[in-house]
Design a protein around this ligand. Structure first.
Ligand SMILES: [Ca+2]
Ligand SMILES: [Ca+2]
Length: 286
């Protein structure tokens, strides 16, 4: 039964011409798809027994697919429909995630909490929009990484995972591909849509949901890739610690409507430990 389910899943994947073979090796991890191993070794379209088998973070009817809360990009990988919300981030905090489980370059990060209270919090963070539906801001790069990891996802970076070269071209990687519809769009909405997107204001707007199509694009279902909050990406200058520079993408509400800042290929560098009311994130998988 299980073997035949696998066979069906594999056949479906092949029939859809999603991937060249069911034994495809994950490019960056050297893993071969092993349904049932629970080691996130199977790519989009490959067979699976459980979601833990999939790099996409979801196994549906025996095939690795993108979760409903993500958009499928070119039958290859998955990107969160929206920026991560305060509600989602608070749910993560409620699980009491362990800060000791971070990589050495994040060992400085002693808390995953929002940096919006107490005497050391940046003033702009103490006044950030904290409602459930607004984006999670005032979290550093390591906080964002840990959140994504807790969901079987990752910060968007190289296709199928791993960091992008910090000094490499900006027109590459999962986040850019999603925002630009694989290079076809300058902004996620094509021409920047100043009415629908939040690129010239004083605060965030809600991240959006299935009933709100505000600032939708590059691919259908994605929202606020241009503007609202700039988004942490897995692209850092070094693997040392809090002072490493890491990229953010897409511009934010404080971009003053500057089209150059809001482009899919715009670069904005912030320190890994930086927290700001203009910086949020979303996750990728697959
Ligand atoms: Ca932190
Ligand atoms: Ca954004």
């Amino acid at each position: 039964m299980r073997a035949s389910a696998r066979a069906r899943g594999c056949a479906a994947a092949l029939a859809a011409a999603l991937l060249s073979a069911c034994s495809l090796v994950r490019p960056l991890h050297g893993l071969t798809c092993e349904p049932g191993a629970g080691n996130a070794s199977c790519l989009y379209g490959q067979p699976c027994d459980a979601s833990a088998d999939c790099t996409t973070a979801a196994c549906t009817e025996g095939v690795c697919q993108c979760p409903a809360s993500m958009v499928t990009i070119e039958s290859s990988f998955c990107v969160d429909r929206t920026e991560v919300s305060n509600a989602a981030y608070r749910a993560f905090l409620a699980t009491r995630p362990d800060v000791a489980a971070q990589e050495p370059f994040c060992s400085f990060n002693s808390t995953f909490d929002f940096d919006d209270t107490g005497p050391d919090a940046p003033p702009v963070c103490t006044t950030r929009r904290k409602e459930d539906e607004h984006p999670a801001t005032c979290v550093d790069w390591c906080d964002a990484r840990a959140f994504c990891k807790s969901h079987g996802k990752r910060l968007c970076g190289e296709r199928h995972g791993g960091p992008l070269p910090f000094r490499g071209g900006m027109a590459q990687g999962e986040w850019f591909d999603a925002c630009s519809k694989h290079g076809a769009l300058a902004h996620s909405t094509g021409e920047f849509d100043a009415l629908q997107c939040n690129g010239d204001s004083t605060e965030t707007v809600p991240v959006g949901d299935d009933t709100s199509l505000a600032c939708e694009g590059g691919y259908l279902g994605l929202q606020h890739m241009s503007g609202n909050v700039r988004e942490w990406e897995d692209a850092c200058s070094d693997d040392v610690g809090p002072g490493d520079l890491c990229r953010t993408r897409g511009g934010a509400f404080d971009s003053g409507g500057a089209l150059e800042e809001l482009r899919c290929d715009a670069r904005d560098e912030r320190e890994r430990a930086d927290t700001d009311h203009t910086i949020g994130f979303r996750c990728c998988s697959g």
